[in-house]
Write a protein that binds this ligand. Structure first.
Ligand SMILES: [Zn+2]
Length: 244
């Protein structure tokens, strides 16, 4: 779960707020949202008018269409593109978490009086991928990272998970096997969060290309198979539904 500690929600020395809608400060106008999971939007309501929320395009659409925020308070930022917000250079970087999830890299300018620029990476929830992430131009260009804020679930040595692709393939194989054992139509129910999570991808791996495959609300996110709802029905007999 995301921390609910005010000190972790503000970039040190600035009034830039990351996933900290519970902790509005006077004068804070720039809010960054790493992704749309509820533990990171805590305190945010559709009537939000305390400033501008910067996030990925996918998260922006969810904020507007799902949560009902005014489009005027949401500013989508393209991943890997650096912009200036409140005098600070900000680069969103894909977090390898749910659809739309990004980390934010902040480069805070020096004060002209000898204090050098400072770099802060706020991760939100993220799944580290050594090969992919170390190829991010903004990270490769970093000389030093001064502050790393790991506001991410499972950030403890006792949690070790297989690579995502391995999990997807194993779960997809399980669904295929069960479908092959069944007669008639097959219903797969994935119990998951509102967005993201591997099970959407799993169901798409098995049936996503089939005519008649049912998945609702697929236009709002950037997942591999365009699924949004947790219930997916393959209308074919199991033997056909398992053809892929
Ligand atoms: Zn999350």
């Amino acid at each position: 779960m995301a921390s609910q500690v005010e000190a972790l929600k503000y970039i040190p020395g600035t009034s830039l707020n990351v996933d900290g809608f519970r902790f509005l400060r006077p004068g804070a106008r720039h809010f960054f949202l790493t992704h749309f999971h509820g533990d990171h939007t805590t305190g945010l309501t559709k009537g939000f008018d305390a400033g501008t929320i910067y996030c990925s395009p996918v998260t922006a659409r969810l904020l507007i269409r799902d949560m009902g925020l005014r489009a005027g308070v949401v500013c989508p930022l393209s991943p890997h593109v650096t912009v200036e917000v409140g005098g600070v250079a900000v680069t969103p970087l894909p977090a390898n978490h749910c659809p739309g999830a990004v980390m934010f890299l902040f480069v805070i300018p020096g004060d002209g009086g000898g204090r050098p620029p400072r770099t802060v990476l706020h991760t939100g929830d993220m799944r580290w991928d050594d090969g992919a992430m170390m190829a991010y131009p903004a990270l490769r260009a970093l000389g030093t990272l001064d502050t790393l804020v790991l506001d991410t679930t499972y950030c403890a040595p006792r949690w070790t998970f297989p690579p995502q692709e391995q999990v997807i393939q194993a779960a997809a194989e399980f669904v295929r096997r069960e479908a092959a054992r069944s007669a008639g139509r097959v219903l797969a129910v994935a119990n998951s969060y509102h967005i993201g999570k591997v099970l959407y991808v799993v169901l798409g791996e098995v049936w996503g290309g089939q005519e008649g495959f049912q998945g609702k609300g697929g236009d709002m996110q950037g997942g591999r198979v365009g699924l949004q709802k947790v219930i997916c029905v393959c209308p074919f007999p199991a033997s056909e539904g398992n053809r892929r």
